[in-house]
Every structure is written in structure tokens, then in C-alpha cells.
Write a protein that binds this ligand. Structure first.
Ligand code: C5P
Length: 219
């Protein structure tokens, strides 16, 4: 199945982790590699879409045909996404955005004192919710990686964030294996995809997104 419906469409993705500075040399981040987001961006470009990817710090090269905007903090990722929204048909939020950031980042390196120290964290904006809540919202796809109760959490996210589709997976299903099992959640219910090699999965997910995006145009 070639997702022709994406040809000439603008697809915006977020990918990778964010890095929330504590001081000039330290920060809070997570272990997202960015591989899934970059593979999906590549698959969208392969389908003929104009692809823009806002990426947190990863060691990965931008895939051919993908315009990559590098960012560090969640706040920067949010601003870059909003600045790119014009004309976007499909928004795919793959990034593992830090839920919290330090309230302030120290101008100079924090020195040790031997005392315990408290770091105050404040919530980051939810980029996907913000995009999906806009009156001119594109077709919005979210990701949910859970360690339990996948159906409840993934479908809950779809409804709370007002998304057309959520791609869910149980983290233990894909950990340390060459293949992965994902479940798609949309307005019609849950749709488990066949277990597939991680390299093939991006193409399968993009086909599934294209199919639903195509149907949404007919409504
Ligand atoms: O709520 P949770 O973080 O589990 O939702 C995951 C989905 O929401 C992912 O698609 C992720 O990219 C997106 N997200 C976001 N901004 C945040 C947190 C999550 O866009 N601050």
C-alpha cells in the first residue's frame, strides 16, 4: 500500500527528547533516541510529503528530504511547532517532551556545597494538546508508550488531547528486541498492527495514518 494521499501534503513532526537546562553544563532529559520519529519522517518524505521535523538533541542525521529544525528545550520545541503550523495537514507528535523543567536555569555553574539542594520544577506546555485544540487544527497523531494498561492510557490520551489517532505500545514489547508490536487507537476503536521489524514499522504506521487522513478529507 503506497500512501499517495500524503503526496504534496505538509507533515510536521516532533522527535527525540527535550533537554531542560539546570545550569550551563547540566540539565534534565530522557533516554529517547529519536529513532522512531526520524523513521516516520523518512517514511512521510518517501510518501511524497513536504516534511518538517522539530527535533530535540539526538545524534541522528536528518533523513533525505526532511527539513530538520533543531531545538533543545520543550519551550523552544513548542515555539518552533507553532511557527511552522501554517499549511500543515498532518501533525505527528513523537517527541518525548519533558513534562517538567527547572523553574530557573542558573547563569553560572552551580557549585557543590555539601548540603542537600532542592530543584523546583514547573510543568511544560503540552505541545500536542495545544495544536489539537486550535480551531484550524491539522490531523493530529500522538504516541503513547506505557508499561501497563495500554488500552486505558492510550485511548484516554486520544480523548483528552482530542486526537484523531494514538499509536500505543507496551514498552516491554519492544525493549531489546528487533521487532515491536503497536496498537492504533482511533474513533472506531483499537486496531493491533501485526508484529513487525522496527525498520518496517514506520512504513506501516505512516500507511495507517495516511489511510485515516484520507478518510478525514472525505467527511
Ligand atoms: O501525555 P503524554 O506525554 O504521555 O502524551 C504523549 C504524547 O503527547 C506524545 O505524542 C508526545 O509527543 C505528546 N506530548 C507533547 N507535549 C508534551 C508532552 C507530550 O506534545 N509536553
Amino acid at each position: 500500500f503506497t500512501p499517495k494521499v500524503l503526496a504534496g501534503r505538509k507533515v510536521l513532526l516532533t522527535a527525540g527528547p527535550t533537554f531542560e537546562p539546570v545550569d550551563p553544563v547540566r540539565g534534565l532529559t530522557n533516554s529517547s533516541s529519536g529513532k522512531m520519529g526520524y523513521s516516520l519522517a523518512r517514511a512521510c518524505a518517501h510518501a511524497g510529503a513536504e516534511v518538517v521535523m522539530v527535533s530535540g538533541p539526538t545524534g541522528l542525521p536528518a533523513p533525505d528530504g526532511v527539513r530538520r529544525i533543531g531545538v533543545v528545550r520543550a519551550l523552544d520545541m513548542r515555539d518552533a511547532v507553532i511557527a511552522e503550523l501554517d499549511g500543515v495537514d498532518v501533525f505527528i507528535a513523537v517527541a518525548a517532551v519533558a513534562d517538567y523543567r527547572p523553574e530557573a536555569s542558573a547563569e553560572h555553574k552551580v557549585k557543590k556545597s555539601g548540603e542537600s539542594m532542592t530543584l523546583t520544577l514547573v510543568p511544560n506546555p503540552d505541545i500536542l494538546s495545544e495544536v489539537a485544540a486550535r480551531p484550524d487544527a491539522p490531523f493530529c497523531v500522538g504516541f503513547a508508550a506505557e508499561s501497563r494498561d495500554l488500552d486505558t492510557y492510550a485511548e484516554g490520551k486520544r480523548q483528552t488531547k482530542r486526537l484523531q489517532m494514538v499509536v500505543g505500545n507496551l514498552v516491554q514489547d519492544g525493549l531489546g528486541t528487533d521487532d515491536n508490536q503497536v496498537v492504533l487507537y482511533d474513533a472506531d476503536g483499537r486496531h493491533p498492527l501485526p508484529r513487525a521489524a522496527k525498520g518496517e514499522l514506520a512504513g506501516v504506521i505512516v500507511s495507517a495514518i495516511a489511510e485515516r487522513f484520507g478518510r478525514s478529507l472525505l467527511r
